[in-house]
Design a protein around this ligand. Structure first.
Ligand code: ITT
Length: 204
């Protein structure tokens, strides 16, 4: 039987991408649309842990993820505040805030996996630059202004499938898939339970 996990997110684009990333690895992803509380925190890791803690009892392996766009020219902003910046400033507001500052940027995703009482974190990163104007119609969120390093097209201009091969999310979910598959390729669901006491981070 194919390993199966549940992804809890309010963002349907994340679910679509994560499914496409995991399908070739034989991992089936179910989705649950829910906005989880995000505390004020300095790192995506802290937010991912808080999201996992807020889930309550769920049977089987459950995943959450937190992502952010880190702009060098704005000292890492919006980072953990990316969802807020996207809602309030939008792409144009962010481009204006960046003005003529350095355009280097990176996307980062931290996937949190809870299986029974165990927690693991998996991180992925994509380096690039912020374009002068939004371009392209693929992807979502900040994709139209993010040019991955080594090319001049934005993530939103790339052919379907390319983003998932190179992206922060692709890296983080593929690492999580390795853990989900275990050595035998089988998923062994742990017992359902509230916030675990023992925590192990496998962020890399
Ligand atoms: P959750 O329910 O999973 O928290 P969210 O959309 O609030 O969904 P985040 O806080 O992780 O998720 O996302 C931060 C912001 O960054 C949000 O506005 C996303 O649209 C955007 N974002 C996340 N991943 C992205 C990606 O791969 N490309 C472009 N924008 C992305």
């Amino acid at each position: 039987m194919a390993p199966t996990a549940l992804l809890v997110t309010s963002n349907r684009h994340k679910l679509e991408e994560a499914r496409a990333i995991l399908a070739p690895l034989g991992v089936r992803l179910r989705g649950r649309s829910r906005r989880l509380p995000e505390p004020q925190a300095d790192t995506l890791e802290e937010v991912a842990r808080a999201k996992l803690r807020s889930l309550g009892a769920i049977r089987g392996p459950v995943l959450v993820e937190d992502s952010g766009l880190f702009l060098e020219g704005l000292h890492g902003f919006p980072g953990v505040y990316s969802a807020y910046a996207f809602r309030t400033l939008g792409l144009d507001g962010l481009l204006r805030a960046l003005a003529d500052r350095p355009r280097e940027a990176r996307f980062r995703t931290v996937v949190g996996l809870r299986n029974g009482s165990r927690i693991h974190l998996f991180a992925g990163e994509l380096a690039g630059r912020i374009s002068r104007e939004p371009r392209g119609s693929g992807g979502f969120g900040f994709d139209p202004i993010f040019e991955p390093r080594g090319g001049s097209r934005t993530l939103a201009e790339l052919p379907p499938g390319t983003k998932n091969r190179i992206s922060h999310r692709g890296l983080a979910f593929r690492a999580a898939a390795r853990r989900l598959g275990g050595t035998s390729g089988e998923l062994r669901p742990g017992p359902p339970g509230p916030a675990p006491r023992r925590r192990r981070s496998a962020t890399h």
